[in-house]
Write a protein that binds this ligand. Structure first.
Ligand SMILES: NC(=O)c1ccc[n+]([C@@H]2O[C@H](COP(=O)([O-])OP(=O)(O)OC[C@H]3O[C@@H](n4cnc5c(N)ncnc54)[C@H](O)[C@@H]3O)[C@@H](O)[C@H]2O)c1
Length: 238
């Protein structure tokens, strides 16, 4: 896949999945803008510091980008330990999760859209989760709800901007070994249980997502919109 000439923004580009996606895009020739609150350790992207739950901060971040062909929304939180069954979830845990995962996605796409329309080949890629489309979210009320929300958000963007050349899709990763879920896979019961629930019997590597994301960014996927693509070792198909 040759993405030379493509400008791509990625939120959460310093994280476990985001950094693998940023590297995959750069390797394919794209120019990448990494919008994150944390500077990446070692990455050949253009880093833009941002707090994705703060509208002026997001507006300022996108103001630094002149041309954009795609946005990947990978920033997210899963508050392992405090997110729980609904009766045990504090408003603070709920609000923080919805703020980063949903409001962060909303603000990112809101400020990316004018640039994507100008591009004429704009693509939105939201990183979802099996918790948003199956019962895999059991015990994670706020996280599962936020990820289900991303599915709806993507479909609405897809239909609202279909006439101006912007597509929107969701990529659904399975369990990936990243800092986000370290507390789960370090747990002697929950870690092995995640593997048991994955038909391919292993944890995914964030690099497993590079092919589908690069394809969704490219014009090779020009007939793909409003859809979701699972790369999850079969978890959602069980
Ligand atoms: N790791 C998995 O197993 C898994 C599985 C399914 C879905 N996902 C989803 O993939 C996405 C990426 O997850 P990850 O594993 O790379 O997580 P991660 O914790 O490694 O990275 C998340 C990144 O988001 C950034 N971020 C968080 N809040 C921010 C804010 N307010 N402003 C700016 N940046 C902020 C963090 O600094 C971090 O770099 C998330 O949306 C997650 O829900 C992950």
């Amino acid at each position: 896949m040759n993405l030379s000439g493509y400008n791509v923004a990625i939120t959460g580009g310093s994280g476990g999945i985001g950094s693998a996606l940023a590297t995959g895009l750069i390797d394919a020739g794209a120019t990448v803008f990494n919008l994150d609150s944390v500077k990446p350790a070692d990455q050949n992207s253009n880093y833009i510091a941002v707090d994705l739950v703060n509208e002026p901060s997001v507006q300022k971040a996108f103001g630094q980008i002149e041309k954009l062909d795609a946005i990947i929304v990978s920033a997210g939180v899963q508050l392992v330990g405090s997110d729980s069954k609904i009766a045990n979830v504090t408003l603070e845990t709920w609000q923080r999760t919805i703020d980063v995962n949903m409001t962060g996605a909303f603000l990112s796409v809101k400020y990316a859209i004018p640039l994507l329309i100008d591009s004429g080949r704009g693509s939105v890629v939201l990183i979802g989760s099996p918790t948003g489309i199956t019962m895999e979210g059991a015990g994670y009320t706020a996280y599962g709800a936020s990820k289900a929300g991303m599915m709806g958000l993507s479909r609405i963007i897809a239909v609202d901007y279909k006439e101006v050349g912007v597509r929107s899709n969701v990529v659904v990763p399975g369990t990936m070994s990243t800092p986000l879920i370290k507390k789960i896979w370090d747990d002697p019961e929950k870690g092995p249980d995640l593997i048991r629930r994955t038909p391919l019997g292993r944890m995914g590597d964030p690099r497993d997502l590079v092919g589908i994301v690069n394809w969704l960014v490219s014009e090779d996927s020009s007939f793909a919109t409003g859809a979701s693509y699972a790369v999850d070792g079969g978890m959602t198909a069980r």
